[in-house]
Write a protein of this length. Structure first.
Length: 122
């Protein structure tokens, strides 16, 4: 089986396999439950997130991400590119593209990524 979830050949920027705590919810549903998960990898343009629900392509999620070099979590939106079942009915690899990030959010992410990429993702 060919798993392209970590395939960097289609990406404009590299991803690091860092795991960070993420709180997320479907921003288009008023009664959407908030869920907590962690990243499998993250880059300047998006992330791979392990979720407990499968999301349709194009769904916009509201995210709160805790980064190691920030005292407070950063908040932004991401669009679902793909959501594939890993464990039937329990776990999904959900690929996200960041949208509407402001400069301070980008800078916070950049600091973390540069640190992890310079250390080889450790």
């Amino acid at each position: 089986m060919n798993d392209n979830s970590n395939d960097d050949s289609k990406r404009q920027t590299p991803r690091t396999p860092g795991t960070f705590i993420v709180t997320y919810k479907n921003s288009s549903l008023a009664d959407s439950e908030i869920d907590v998960s962690q990243t499998k990898n993250i880059g300047r343009g998006g992330m791979l997130l392990s979720t407990t629900k499968q999301f349709e392509q194009g769904t916009v999620l509201t995210l709160e991400v805790r980064l190691p070099f920030n005292k407070e979590p950063i908040h932004f939106m991401a669009e679902v590119l793909d959501s594939k079942e890993v464990i039937r009915g329990l776990s999904y690899d959900t690929r996200l593209k960041f949208v509407n990030m402001d400069e301070s959010q980008k800078q916070s992410l950049e600091i973390t990524l540069n640190n992890y990429l310079n250390r080889g993702g450790k």
